[in-house]
Design a protein around this ligand. Structure first.
Ligand code: ATP
Ligand code: MG
Length: 434
């Protein structure tokens, strides 16, 4: 059903141009999916997708810059005049699904059939740039008003076809602040274990979007209630049964994350690395284990999630070092500064903030470390006061004692007790040269 909407959507000129090049060549074409949904919701649009009657070979003829994405599925990427990639997909009807994820075959078809194969009503809206009308076959406009995520057609069948939709439903609901409609919820619960057929990378990507979205805590509770937790995060599910505190800590982390993400909107701030937020979410469940077992457990879940070795090493580092903030007051100053000198220490401070809030709320160690960080950085970044050469010039013979002497000098320099080369030489003469 074609519906006029209150005010026309704001579509950038170059995207409009992609659509009109197709329609001018005689092919029915619309903007579809997330761009229409998000424009109507009144939020910024991430990327533009176009659905068209044109076949891939025809799309290729019309545009000078085309990248093949999945020709057999009818998906091509057109580079707009402004250099923006726009996905242009041929209207299609999916055949049977092979493996709970991919249709065995696709058949090019009409826009109404194309609408039926989409996942949720809010995602099956087509915008005609010429008339400003929206094709809404399944009540997606009303569902946006009502803030509902509703599967198109028979929900159980749709989740069985492509089981990634199970977690996509939760992600859309969490990211938009929508509710999953009842029949759709029931079908998710009943089909929840099918999510195991989906590759871990796809699940991980969805979970990451959930963690970094505005309703991460509610989404985690929903994942649990929809019986998805056991399949998507078995490590958290296990701890949840054994230890209520671990689960509460994870929820406290997730409750706090939107505040961190908001801060990260600051253009000065760096994006939060995956190693940090995965450790935030997982460490509470791992704390049940002894330190050596914990490292093993972190490595195992990092590998399961197919995170890079660099990320996994950082996760181990965060989980091992976060407890040390409470000892910061009593550490010898040189030890403290060496600890703070580690490459990823700034990330560790970022990690510890949320971890401590969720663990016991004690931020005094972090505040202390942050307060001395600028001065500490100045000291540990300054050049060493002495090198082996300087000791040779004092007439000493290179040997094992050199390491000991240089370390003692470094300790005192880190502690601000030696400030110049002259002071350092004097100290060595007094202490080590008879
Ligand atoms: P966002 O890009 O904000 O995550 P989106 O709706 O654009 O949201 P995409 O994954 O980019 O999501 O997919 C574009 C469109 O393709 C969706 O709006 C939906 O219509 C359709 N689609 C994507 N994945 C599926 C799926 N697994 N099953 C059915 N339709 C899908
Ligand atoms: Mg998209």
């Amino acid at each position: 059903m074609w519906t006029r909407i209150e005010k026309p959507l704001v579509i950038p000129a170059d995207v409009r141009q992609v659509v009109s090049s197709l329609t001018d060549a005689g092919f029915e074409s619309y903007i579809v999916g997330g761009a229409v949904r998000d424009s109507i919701r009144g939020v910024p649009v991430a990327d533009f997708d176009v659905a068209t009657q044109a076949r891939p070979e025809e799309v290729e003829k019309i545009f000078s810059k085309v990248i093949e994405v999945g020709r057999s599925f009818g998906v091509m990427k057109v580079i707009s005049e402004a250099g923006r990639p726009v996905e242009v997909a041929t209207f299609r009807k999916d055949g049977d699904y092979a493996d709970h994820r991919h249709p065995k075959s696709v058949q090019f078809s009409s826009v109404t059939e194309d609408a039926s194969r989409r996942d949720f009503t809010v995602n099956a809206l087509y915008y005609d740039v010429k008339t400003g009308q929206v094709l809404d076959e399944f009540g997606g406009l009303q569902d946006i008003k009502d803030k509902k995520i509703r599967a198109i057609g028979d929900p159980a069948k749709r989740f069985k076809e492509d089981s990634l939709r199970l977690i996509r439903a939760v992600r859309f609901a969490a990211c938009f602040g929508f509710k999953i409609e009842d029949a759709t919820q029931l079908a998710i619960q009943q089909s929840s274990t099918l999510i195991r057929k989906v590759s871990v990378e796809r699940i991980r990507d969805e979970l990451e979007k959930i963690f970094l979205g505005p309703n991460a805590k509610a989404a985690m509770i929903e994942i649990d209630q929809l019986k998805l937790l056991e399949s998507v995060l078995p490590e958290v599910a296990a701890a949840r049964i054994e230890n209520r505190r671990a689960w509460d800590q994870t929820l406290r982390v997730l409750n706090y994350l939107p505040k961190v993400s908001e801060k990260a909107v600051d253009p000065q701030a760096l994006p939060i690395p995956a190693s940090i937020y995965w450790t935030w979410v997982l460490l509470p469940s791992m704390r049940l284990q002894a330190m050596d077992k914990r490292e093993e457990a972190i490595r195992k879940v990092g590998a399961r999630l197919r995170l890079s070795n660099e990320m996994i090493d950082q996760m181990v580092y965060f989980s091992r070092e976060t407890a040390k903030f409470r000892d910061a007051f009593s550490m010898r100053e040189a030890t403290l500064l060496r600890w703070m000198r580690e490459t990823d220490f700034p990330l560790l401070m970022q990690f510890h903030e949320v971890d401590a809030i969720a663990f016991d709320g004690n931020l005094s160690g972090l505040e202390f470390v942050r307060s001395i960080y600028p001065e500490a950085k100045r000291r540990f970044e300054s050049k060493p006061l002495l090198t082996g050469d300087d000791l040779v010039k004092l007439g000493m013979n290179p040997g094992r004692q050199f390491t000991e002497i240089l370390r003692a000098v470094e300790d005192l320099s880190l502690e601000g007790k030696l400030g110049t080369k002259e002071e350092a030489l004097e100290y060595v003469l007094k202490q080590f040269v008879k």
